[in-house]
Design a protein around this ligand. Structure first.
Ligand SMILES: Nc1ncnc2c1ncn2[C@@H]1O[C@H](COP(=O)(O)OP(=O)(O)O)[C@@H](O)[C@H]1O
Ligand SMILES: [Mg+2]
Length: 447
C-alpha cells in the first residue's frame, strides 16, 4: 500500500480475481470457444455448454453476449441458480426478457406494463434503485395459469425478434436447476423453441452427467436439440503467460518454476488458479519474485481459510461417502471408479454401496462425472485438503512406555513423569537428566 501516491497508482491492487465473472483484463484464452459460440449463435444454432462449476461458463457467455450485442443481436440472460418455484421462474424470465430484449433507449416507448399485458397472469413490477424493472408473479396463482404464463414468456423472444427484424439469443445459465425444479419443463421448452428459427438458445450447466443425458439420450425431451460444447481447463501454455503478465502489470515477478508448480496443482482450473494466484501475489513483494515456496505458502493460506467449510462438509458425509471421496481425491481423474480394481485398491465396499456413495457425491456436486466411466473432484483445494497429511496431535512416542506427546520428552526413571527434552531435570521430582545409571532411560522418536 505504501506505493500509492508514489507514482504507481493502482499497482498494488491484486491483479487476480476469483468468484465473480471474469471480465476484461481478468479474462484469458477461450478464443476458440468465443469464436465458435458466437458463430453458432449468430446462425441460430442452439448450444449446450458443459463444465464443472467455476470453469468459466458464465464469464465465457458474458464475453460472447457482448459481441452478439455489437452485432445487433438481442440477448436475454437468465440465471436459474436460485429459482425454487415455477412462479419465481416466470418472474425471473420476464425480468430477463425485458432487460435483454427491450434496449434502454426503447423503454420509454415500450412500457414494461404493456409488454406483458396479454399474459394469463399479470406481473407485479418493481423498479430497482438503478431504474431497472423486475417482475414477480403472485405465489398463490394456479399451476395451470403459471404454466400458461411460462409458455407465453418462452415464446416471447421469437415474437420480439420477428417484430424488430433482429436475431435473438436466450441464455439459460445453471440449466440443471430447471430439470430438478420441474421435469415437465424441458419438454415444454422444446415444443416452443422448435418453432423459433430466429432465436438461438444457450444452455449452460454444471451437472454434466445429468445434462448430457437430457440432451443426448433418445428418450429425453431435449434430445439432439443443441450442439454440445464441453469447456475444459485453460491450457498451461496460455495460463502461464497470463499469470506472468498479471504479476508484471503490478511490478512484481513470479519465476517460471513457480508458475509451472502452481499450474501443476490446479491443472488449469480457471477459478482455483486465479484464487491461488491471488494469494501467491499477496505474499510477493517488489524485487523478490514469487517462488515455489511462495506458492506453498499461498496453498497453506487457502486451506487454512477453507478448513472450516471443508470440515463441515466432511461432517455431513456418511462413512462410505468419505472413503469414496478420499479415494477419488487421490487421483486427478479416475476411470472406472466402480470397477473391481479401484474398489480393491482403495479398500472400498461392495459395488452397490460404492455406487450409492458415488451418486450421492455427484448429486452434491463434489464429484463430476463425465460419460459413464470418468470422474474428477473438480475443487482443487478440496482435493489438496483431502490429501493433506493429518497434523498429528502427538508426533512423539516415548520409547519406554509408548505414551504419545507433541514434543520430544524424557521419561523420568525415578517417578515415571515425562518432561521436555529441552529441560535438564524432571519437572516433578527434580531428578537430573543423568540418573545414577548414567544414561537417560528414554529415547524418543517421531511417530
Ligand atoms: N477465461 C478465463 N480467464 C481467467 N479466469 C477465468 C476465466 N473464466 C473463469 N475464470 C475464473 O473462474 C471464476 C469463475 O468463473 P465463472 O464464469 O463464474 O464460472 P462458472 O460460470 O463456470 O461457474 C472467475 O471468477 C475467474 O476467477
Ligand atoms: Mg456461472
Amino acid at each position: 500500500m505504501l506505493q500509492f501516491g508514489r507514482g504507481h497508482p493502482g499497482t498494488d491492487q491484486n491483479p487476480f480475481r476469483f468468484g465473480d465473472v471474469a471480465l476484461g483484463d481478468y479474462f484469458t484464452d477461450r478464443d476458440e470457444e468465443i469464436a465458435g459460440l458466437t458463430g453458432d449463435l449468430l446462425s441460430g444454432q442452439n448450444v449446450l455448454v458443459l463444465a464443472p462449476r467455476r470453469f468459466g461458463k458464465t464469464s465465457l457467455i458474458v464475453e460472447v453476449a457482448a459481441r452478439l450485442r455489437r452485432a445487433d443481436v438481442l440477448v436475454a440472460y437468465l440465471d436459474l441458480l436460485r429459482v425454487t418455484t415455477k412462479a419465481q421462474l416466470a418472474g425471473y424470465l420476464a425480468t430477463a426478457l425485458y432487460d435483454g430484449l427491450v434496449p434502454p433507449v426503447e423503454r420509454l416507448i415500450q412500457k414494461a406494463g404493456e409488454l406483458f399485458r396479454d399474459l394469463p397472469l399479470r406481473p407485479k413490477m418493481t423498479i430497482g434503485q438503478d431504474g431497472t424493472p423486475s417482475f414477480e408473479f403472485g405465489v398463490g396463482a394456479e399451476e395451470t395459469d403459471v404454466d400458461a404464463t411460462l409458455d407465453r414468456l418462452l415464446a416471447f423472444p421469437a415474437e420480439v425478434a420477428k417484430q424488430r427484424g433482429r436475431r435473438a439469443v436466450l441464455v439459460l445459465d445453471e440449466f440443471q436447476e430447471i430439470v430438478a425444479l420441474a421435469p415437465d419443463l424441458p419438454g415444454r421448452m422444446r415444443s416452443i423453441f422448435q418453432f423459433q428459427p430466429d432465436v438461438a438458445h444457450v444452455y449452460l450447466g454444471s451437472r454434466q452427467h445429468l445434462l448430457h443425458k437430457v440432451f443426448t439420450e433418445t428418450n429425453q425431451p431435449l434430445y439432439n436439440s443443441a450442439k454440445v460444447l464441453v469447456l475444459g481447463p485453460i491450457a498451461p501454455t496460455v495460463f502461464g503467460p497470463f499469470i506472468a503478465q498479471r504479476f508484471a502489470t503490478t511490478e512484481r515477478e513470479i519465476t517460471e518454476e513457480a508458475i509451472a508448480y502452481l499450474l501443476s496443482l490446479t491443472a488449469g482450473h480457471p477459478h482455483d488458479t486465479q484464487k491461488l494466484c491471488y494469494f501467491t501475489w499477496s505474499f510477493t513483494s517488489r524485487g523478490q519474485p514469487a517462488s515455489r515456496a511462495t506458492v506453498d505458502r499461498a496453498v497453506a493460506q487457502v486451506l487454512d481459510t477453507d478448513t472450516a467449510r471443508y470440515t463441515e462438509l466432511w461432517d455431513s458425509l456418511t462413512a462410505n461417502q468419505r472413503r469414496m471421496l478420499e479415494a477419488l481425491a487421490r487421483e486427478t481423474k479416475t476411470t472406472r471408479p466402480l470397477g473391481d480394481d479401484f474398489r480393491r485398491r482403495h479398500r472400498l465396499g461392495t459395488y452397490a454401496s460404492v455406487e450409492r456413495a458415488l451418486n450421492a457425491l455427484v448429486d452434491r456436486g463434489l464429484v463430476e462425472r463425465f460419460g459413464r466411466d470418468t470422474t474428477v473432484v473438480p475443487d482443487v483445494f478440496l482435493r489438496l485438503w483431502l490429501n493433506e497429511e493429518p497434523t498429528p496431535l502427538s508426533a512423539y512416542v516415548c520409547a519406554d512406555c509408548g505414551e504419545a506427546f507433541s514434543l520430544p520428552v524424557w521419561h523420568c526413571p525415578v517417578c515415571d513423569h515425562h518432561w521436555p527434552q529441552a529441560d535438564t531435570e524432571c519437572g516433578n521430582c527434580h531428578a537430573p537428566r543423568t540418573t545414577p545409571t548414567g544414561t537417560p532411560s528414554v529415547t524418543v522418536g517421531k511417530a
